[in-house]
Design a protein around this ligand. Structure first.
Ligand code: MN
Length: 248
């Protein structure tokens, strides 16, 4: 398959390199169009009011098309598909994000947004994320098994137009693979207030996951119990149930 790879952690992320390496080893024709720097939690932001530059880039051991874009993950997918690539990809793959994208995280995530942009352009897409590791980089030894499982899944059940697959895998002791709905990722979030040398206040957002409150079998639940999870997500986020109630 012709696969476009992007991410939101930037083209130099080891998560993207692991993905490119594994996909190439699996025999895919890979092209990379990825942000120049960190774009996490940028969601589906699109560059509109400033110029968008893209430069040829190099990844060690990779000889395919490779571009770094001074823009967002969505810019990368749109520019890649509409302009930079000579052929339309068969699949767009985003990640591997360093940090999970579970439950409500998906609406902040640039990783997931890149996949959503591909869906908007009529292409199937998968987003991959794994746990971050404090003070180091995650291990991507598990990635090949995750690719095998998720690629088989979308081969046996082709993604409907406008739907993507959001995949999260844990760092160790993987118990198995589960498809699940989004959970309600809850954080005990708070801002840490600090003061700069000139006396001005600045803030860091901090807080850990509180996990799934109930035993609902969601992505958060399965992931917390050691499983790799996959959740199909749709571009259309209309609440059809409630719409039915307020129909005029
Ligand atoms: Mn990220």
């Amino acid at each position: 398959m012709r696969i476009l790879v992007t991410n939101d952690d930037g083209i130099d992320s080891p998560g993207l390199r692991a993905l490119v390496r594994d996909l190439t080893v699996r025999g895919h024709d890979v092209a990379v169009v990825a942000p120049n720097g960190q774009q996490s939690a940028i969601s589906r932001a699109l560059t509109m009011n400033r110029i968008l530059r893209s430069y040829p880039a190099e990844l060690a051991g990779f000889s395919g098309t490779c571009q770094r874009v001074e823009g967002t993950p969505v810019d990368c997918v749109k520019l890649g598909v509409l302009e930079l690539l000579t052929e339309r990809p068969d699949l767009v793959v985003s990640g591997v994000n360093i940090g999970t994208n579970l439950g409500g995280d998906v609406l902040y995530s640039g990783t997931v947004a890149a996949a959503m942009e591909a869906a908007y352009l009529g292409l199937p897409a998968v987003a991959y994320s794994t746990s971050s590791v404090r003070g180091g980089f995650p291990d991507f030894g598990m990635l090949d098994d995750v690719l095998e499982w998720s690629f088989t899944l979308i081969e046996e059940h082709p993604l409907p137009r406008g739907t993507i697959l959001n995949v999260n895998f844990p760092q160790r002791d993987v118990k198995g693979f589960r498809t699940a709905p989004l959970g309600s990722m809850n954080y005990d979030e708070h801002y840490v207030r600090r003061v700069d040398p000139r006396g001005g206040a600045y803030y860091w957002l901090d807080g850990g996951s509180l996990g799934e409150k109930e035993d609902a079998r969601t992505d958060v639940y399965w992931f917390d119990n050691g499983y790799c999870t996959a959740t199909p997500l749709k571009l259309d986020i209309t609440d059809h149930e409630f719409l039915h109630d307020i129909i005029d």
